[in-house]
Write a protein that binds this ligand. Structure first.
Ligand code: HEM
Ligand SMILES: *[C@@H]1O[C@H](CO)[C@@H](O)[C@H](O)[C@H]1NC(C)=O
Ligand SMILES: *[C@@H]1O[C@H](CO)[C@@H](O)[C@H](O)[C@H]1NC(C)=O
Ligand SMILES: *[C@@H]1O[C@H](CO)[C@@H](O)[C@H](O)[C@H]1NC(C)=O
Length: 364
């Protein structure tokens, strides 16, 4: 009687103790919770060495992050309702179409992305993974190389079948805020979530808004996933970093830094200014919200219940240098164009030292 009554407890204990052995041995030095995640360890090792120059937060990482957006945002319930784009329920989205159909990189908003697509594609083919999965994976790995970066969710199993996106779905830097927010709302993002997504511009530079100044970054620390972008975009604009005013460009706060018209306007718009300001003294909040909104973006047009969670493959990023952004050298609080009306501007310090002081170094 006594022994019999114990059996359920014993077997329960056995199940609990046995749990770790449910991991699959990938045979490449890794254990995975699902054997379908194994291939991603091979992809990880390969791209860290051969695409990201040994795990750097450099140009390839930046472009890979940008590519996750340009693939995923080719998704429009509004066009679907008009019968113009989409399959079954929605169609498009994070489906790899930007890699499958070269025409997508000829769209104005995707200028320059043909390069990273060309660099990534051989890895996707070599490891026989779908283009949609590969693009989201490379973006997640790339941004994990940035100090203070997010550890993005990665779900695998997107079909390799994709649908070419029509032109006009990707926001341009010269678009007015109304147009950007409407386009993003169509894809399912609130104004605050648009701000959350723009944390990406903290590890970013431009090549095509002003082609005369390749690699000019959007903040002074383009290899750090820090909050500098959110404070620097609020500084009064004083000059153009390159050859005068270009389409989509506005005055930037100092030489070497590029400011997009869209970033400047979203930073100051009453619908988005408070979310923008909220990250200046809270890098951790910025990362948490970015992780959340990226998880949403990465499955646009996909059924997440059919995907497998392989997030464990994504590396753990190095911690941020600071939780609180600082004022760049030579600037003070009077240079900030405070735009959130109902929350006081956070306390921030002046530039802590020469290591992070301007002039900025080009990103690439
Ligand atoms: C409001 C919408 C957005 C607009 C108008 C916009 C516009 C731009 C522009 C014009 C560039 C410069 C490209 C070049 O000249 O080489 C850029 C770069 C970049 N964007 Fe965005 N962007 C937006 C949203 C996003 C989102 C949602 C992400 C990712 C989640 C993203 C990630 C990046 C990254 C990482 C770069 C830097 C690429 C590099 O350094 O090579 N952007 N963006
Ligand atoms: C995905 O589709 C492309 C063509 O668009 C093809 O070249 C590639 O081999 C496919 N990959 C897989 C894993 O099926
Ligand atoms: C590549 O992937 C496709 C689709 O998942 C599969 O049908 C094919 O057998 C794979 N090819 C190789 C060489 O593993
Ligand atoms: C700046 O732009 C003007 C007008 O397009 C052009 O004539 C000039 O050569 C450019 N200067 C540089 C330094 O690229």
């Amino acid at each position: 009687m006594f022994a019999k009554a114990l059996i359920p407890f014993l077997s329960l204990a056995l199940i609990v103790r046995a749990a770790p052995s449910h991991k699959s041995d990938c045979g490449n030095g890794h254990l995975a919770s699902n054997s379908q995640c194994c291939v991603w360890y091979d992809v990880l090792d390969d791209i860290q060495t051969n695409l990201f120059d040994g795990g750097e937060c450099g140009e390839e990482a930046h472009e890979s992050l940008r590519l996750t957006f340009h693939d995923a945002i080719g998704f429009s319930p509004a066009l679907f309702r008009e019968g113009k784009f989409g399959q079954v329920l929605h169609g498009g989205g994070a489906d790899g179409s930007i890699m499958a159909f070269p025409i997508e990189t000829t769209f104005k908003a995707s200028a320059g992305l043909d390069e990273i697509v060309g660099e990534q594609k051989p890895f996707a083919l070599k490891h026989n993974v779908s283009f949609g999965d590969f693009i989201q994976f490379a973006g997640a790995v790339g941004v994990s190389n940035c100090r203070g970066g997010p550890r993005l969710q990665f779900l695998a199993g997107r079909s390799n079948h994709s649908q070419v996106s029509p032109d006009g779905l990707i926001p341009l830097p010269e678009d007015p805020v109304d147009k950007i927010l409407a386009r993003m709302a169509d894809a399912g993002f609130s104004p605050a979530e648009v701000v959350d997504l723009l944390a990406s511009h903290t590890v970013a530079a431009q090549d095509h808004v002003d082609p005369t100044i390749h690699g000019s970054p959007f903040d002074s620390t383009p290899s750090d996933f820090d909050a500098q972008f959110f404070v620097e975009t609020l500084l009064k604009g004083v000059a153009f970093p390159g050859n005068g005013s270009n389409v989509g460009e506005v005055l930037s706060p100092y030489p070497g830094e590029m400011r997009l018209q869209s970033d400047a306007a979203i930073a100051r718009d009453p619908r988005t200014a408070c979310e923008w300001q909220s990250f200046i003294a809270n890098q951790e909040l910025m990362v948490r919200k970015f992780e959340k909104v990226m998880a949403k973006m990465a499955v646009l047009g996909q059924d997440p219940r059919k995907l497998i969670d392989c997030s464990e493959v994504i590396p753990v990023p190095k911690p941020a240098a600071s939780q609180v952004a600082h004022l760049p050298a030579g600037k003070n609080l009077k240079d900030i164009q405070v735009s959130c009306k109902h929350i006081p501007f956070p306390t921030i310090k002046a530039d802590p030292g020469p290591e992070t002081s301007i002039p900025v170094v080009p990103a690439s």
